[in-house]
Design a binder for this molecule. Structure first.
Ligand SMILES: [Zn+2]
Length: 46
């Protein structure tokens, strides 16, 4: 599980893949990977 953070409002969310949009402010494309491993998203790990 990786952790993603919203660039806009700073909300964090744990997810296996990069969230489409922020759960807090609803902005799309602002979730950046903060920590953790696995897929860098694209979900082509295996
Ligand atoms: Zn946000």
């Amino acid at each position: 599980m990786a952790k993603f953070k919203c660039e806009k409002c700073g909300a964090t969310k744990e997810s296996r893949c990069k969230p489409q949009k922020c759960p807090e402010c609803g902005e799309a494309g602002v979730m950046i990977k903060e920590e953790g491993g696995g897929c860098g998203c694209g979900c082509k790990s295996k």
